[in-house]
Design a protein around this ligand. Structure first.
Ligand SMILES: Nc1ncnc2c1ncn2[C@@H]1O[C@H](COP(=O)(O)OP(=O)(O)OP(=O)(O)O)[C@@H](O)[C@H]1O
Length: 274
C-alpha cells in the first residue's frame, strides 16, 4: 500500500518576535516549495539546521496548514492528520505504562474495528518485523533507546499507513544501533512498499536510505537539488555499501551542495529575512 505526495508552491510563514525591539514580524520558514514523492518511494531530506525540514514534514502530516500553496495526497488536498500517514519522531513517544506490545496495540485500538485477539496478533506481527518478538512484554523503561525506537516504528507500521513520515528517528542513537536500524528500515520498506519521507541531518544516512535525496536550502527553505541515488541496496547485507566509491561520490556531492550554503551570501539573506 502506498501513496503519492505532491507539494505545489508551498510556503509557510510564522509570526516571531524580534530579538531587539520585541515587535512581531513575519518569518518566512519555507517559500514556494515544489516536491513530488512517488508512491512507494523512499525519499530522504537533508538540509542545514532550521531550513524547514520539520515544517515540511508537519505539513505533509497535516499537523499544520501552509500559508500558501497546496499539499495533496493521491490528488486529494491534505486538510489534517489521517490514518493514511504516520509520523515517527526523534524522541520516543511511547506510553510508559504500557508494554511494547501494549504500545503497538494502542495504535490498533485507535484505528478501531479489530478484536482484542486481532490487536494482540497485530502487535506480535509488527514487533517481529522490527526484531523485538522477545521483548513484547517489556515496559519502555526496560528497553534500550534503539529498542524503544523500534517499538515506535512497529506501532507506526501496525495500522498500515500508506505514508511513513520520519523526523530524524535515529538521531538520538549510537552509530552502531543507527546503522542496524537503517538496514532494518530498508528491509521493512521493501517488504511493505510504504512511501517513506525521512528527514535527517546526516548525509550518509540520507544516501544509504534514500532512492532520492532532496537537499534543502535555508532562509527561506526550499528544495535546492534532488539527487537520484542508484546504489545496489540488495547487496547491502553482504557488502559494506557505505565504503564503496559510489557511496562516497554521492556523499561528497551532497556535502558540496550543503557547503555552498555556508557562503557569505547566505548570511546576507539571513539579515534580509530577519
Ligand atoms: N511555530 C513556529 N513559530 C515560529 N517559528 C517557527 C515555528 N516552527 C518553526 N519555526 C522556524 O522555522 C524555521 C524552520 O524550522 P524547522 O523546525 O522546520 O527546521 P529544521 O530544518 O527541521 O531544523 P532542525 O534541523 O534544526 O530540526 C526555523 O527557523 C524555526 O525557528
Amino acid at each position: 500500500m502506498s501513496s503519492r505526495i505532491t507539494l505545489d508552491g508551498v510556503g509557510q510563514t510564522f509570526w516571531v518576535r524580534g530579538d531587539e525591539d520585541k515587535q512581531l514580524r513575519e518569518f518566512v520558514a519555507i517559500e514556494n516549495l515544489d516536491l513530488d514523492v512517488a508512491a512507494g518511494e523512499f525519499l530522504t531530506v537533508v538540509g542545514p539546521s532550521g531550513c524547514g525540514k520539520s515544517t515540511v514534514l508537519d505539513l505533509i502530516a497535516g499537523l499544520a496548514e501552509p500559508t500558501s500553496g497546496e499539499l495533496r495526497i493521491d490528488g486529494k488536498p491534505i486538510t489534517g492528520p489521517g490514518l493514511d500517514r504516520s509520523v515517527v519522531f526523534q524522541q520516543y513517544t511511547l506510553l510508559p505504562w504500557r508494554t511494547a506490545a501494549g504500545n503497538v496495540e494502542f495504535a490498533l485500538e485507535a484505528k478501531g474495528g479489530l478484536s482484542k485477539k486481532e490487536r494482540a496478533a497485530g502487535a506480535r506481527e509488527y514487533l517481529e518485523l522490527v526484531g523485538l518478538s522477545e521483548f513484547a512484554n517489556r515496559y519502555p523503561h526496560e528497553l534500550s533507546g534503539g529498542m524503544k525506537q523500534r517499538v515506535a516504528i512497529a506501532r507506526s507500521l501496525s495500522y498500515q499507513p500508506e505514508v511513513l513520515l520520519m523526523d530524524e528517528p535515529f538521531g538520538a542513537l549510537d552509530a552502531q544501533t543507527r546503522e542496524r536500524l537503517q538496514e532494518e528500515l530498508v528491509g521493512i520498506w521493501k517488504r511493505t512498499g510504504t512511501t517513506v519521507v525521512f528527514i535527517t541531518h546526516d548525509i550518509e544516512e540520507a544516501v544509504f536510505l534514500g532512492q532520492r535525496v532532496a537537499v534543502m536550502s535555508a532562509r527561506p527553505g526550499g528544495i535546492k537539488a534532488i539527487i537520484n541515488v542508484d546504489l545496489d541496496r540488495d547487496a547491502a547485507a553482504e557488502t559494506d555499501v557505505r565504503a564503496t566509491r559510489e557511496f562516497a561520490a554521492y556523499r561528497h556531492r551532497i556535502w558540496s551542495l550543503l557547503r555552498e550554503q555556508h557562503a557569505p551570501a547566505a548570511r546576507t539573506e539571513e539579515l534580509v529575512h530577519a
